[in-house]
Design a protein. Structure first.
Length: 190
């Protein structure tokens, strides 16, 4: 029976599909006329890896273009909301909360506190949840940007590496290695 050494929840369907196709190709070579040499096989794998890197790069560029387009649309919606508010109309739509000039830490706090369960989030999972709701997180690495904002916000408590809960929940914070008092030998200047 197949028993991976890592949890399957971190393996995407595409990864499994690619591995299956690679195994099928190896099997076809075994059943077919001649098995390629080890060098030919490694060369083929390297070619496929480069091909995947190109596809990933292209997709990342598309994602950035989409985020830029979303940002433009959000600016337009924000201006419309301001016009509506100046006319005395309420625009308290929770779906539009990310359009305002609200800091990302505030949006993350509102999202986590609105959840039924008081379960802490890993910053990558939280960033993915927010982005799936259409909330734009700026930067080359949105997850890292969210982490930077959460780690500086006293409303969030770091309970494990990369995992944060709300201070209101009474969670015990974990002291980071950089904050702990580790004595280091200083080099003498000559």
């Amino acid at each position: 029976m197949f028993s991976p050494s890592y949890p399957l929840k971190h393996v995407s369907i595409l990864t499994i599909d690619y591995c299956i196709k690679t195994c099928i190709i190896r099997y076809e070579y075994t059943v077919g006329d001649a098995m390629p040499s080890r060098n030919e096989y490694i060369e083929e794998l390297n070619w496929r890896l480069e091909s995947l890197r190109g596809e990933i790069s292209k997709l990342q560029g598309s994602i950035q273009e989409l985020f830029d387009e979303v940002k433009i649309k959000q600016e337009q919606a924000k201006h419309l909301m301001m016009l509506l508010e100046s006319e005395g109309q309420s625009t308290q739509d929770p779906e539009l909360s990310s359009i305002s000039n609200k800091p990302i830490a505030d949006i993350a706090f509102d999202f986590v506190s609105a959840q039924q369960t008081r379960a802490p989030y890993h910053y990558v999972d939280l960033a993915n949840e927010l982005m799936s709701k259409g909330i734009y997180i700026s930067g080359k690495n949105p997850s890292a940007n969210l982490l930077a904002h959460m780690s500086r916000d006293s409303r969030f408590v770091r309970i494990a590496p990369g995992t944060y809960g709300l201070a209101d929940w009474g969670l015990e914070p974990v002291e980071s290695a950089t904050k702990s008092k580790v004595k280091r030998k200083r080099r003498k200047k000559k």
